[in-house]
Design a protein around this ligand. Structure first.
Ligand code: SF4
Ligand code: SF4
Ligand code: FES
Length: 255
């Protein structure tokens, strides 16, 4: 069954813009990205939109639909009220390049700040062994498609540009948590204290576990419960564990 939908799409660039009204046909089974493509093919040939897979796997088509951060390719038109206009705007936490395309380089900069996995010195590739429980934990975090919807939603940066320098955001704090919980990561032996850097360099303390990031994750990763809260607990344990405290004092004196 086809019908005419009303779309309000944000058009503009870094200097400013506004919502533009369109009326566009919608066919059964279509998603918001289909309709955006129809607009490009008909009345808005220069509408800028980023997408690649149309299967919820590349993380490119993130936007805000009726104010909610979502993937355009995974939002069915049948989920939306046909009587109401569909408002499509770019992600709010990142600078607009043009129309629905934002500059997400903030996220790549944050990714680069996190030291990668440090292989254990006494094992060669092929000799690594992990329990299924440890594998399962890492696999949940590895489902991330880097859509940055969680980064866009987190209130710490969404309306607070000034916090961006000090806060890595949920996606990258989750990365720190993944590595800190990895049984084979030898970061400590290499002089990297992942719990300390989470607090001091990646802004773990800014997170007040509101779970908004978890709510928008299209991969249904339990970012807050399984990554951020455990990382906070581990960081606190490190701070208040008397043996860890004593060890750091001795190391500091010996330095
Ligand atoms: S749980 Fe933490 S990281 Fe997630 S949205 Fe809330 S404050 Fe941000
Ligand atoms: S954790 Fe989820 S919401 Fe955040 S970037 Fe990865 S897939 Fe997207
Ligand atoms: S186009 Fe790849 S996630 Fe939507």
């Amino acid at each position: 069954m086809s019908y005419q939908a009303r779309f309000r799409v944000w058009r503009g660039d870094a200097t400013g813009g506004d919502l533009v009204d369109y009326t566009v046909p919608v066919n059964e089974g279509e998603v918001v990205l289909d309709v955006i493509h129809r607009l490009q093919a008909t009345e808005a040939g220069d509408l800028a939109v980023r997408w690649n897979c149309k299967a919820g796997k590349c993380g490119s088509c993130s936007a805000e639909i009726n104010g909610r951060p979502r993937l355009m390719c995974m939002t069915r038109m049948s989920q939306l009220d046909p009587e109401q206009p569909v408002v499509v705007t770019p992600m709010r936490a990142f600078p607009v390049l043009r129309d629905l395309v934002t500059d997400v380089s903030f996220n790549y900069a944050k990714a680069r700040e996190i030291p990668s996995f440090v292989p254990p010195a006494d094992l060669k590739p092929g000799e690594y062994r992990m329990t299924q429980e440890d594998v399962g934990r890492a696999q949940e975090f590895r489902k991330c498609i880097e859509c940055f919807l969680c980064q866009n939603t987190c209130h710490v940066v969404r309306d607070h540009e000034e916090n961006k320098a000090a806060f890595a955001g949920p996606r990258f704090l989750m990365r720190v948590a993944e590595l800190d919980m990895h049984p084979l990561d030898a970061a400590a032996e290499a002089g990297i204290d992942r719990k300390k850097t989470a607090q001091d360099e990646h802004g773990l303390g800014y997170c007040n576990i509101t779970k908004c990031c978890t709510e928008v994750c299209p991969e249904h990763i339990k970012i807050t419960d399984n990554a951020l809260i455990p990382l906070k607990e581990r960081a606190v344990d490190r701070k208040y564990d008397p043996l860890v405290w004593l060890g750091s004092r001795i190391r500091r004196r010996g330095a």
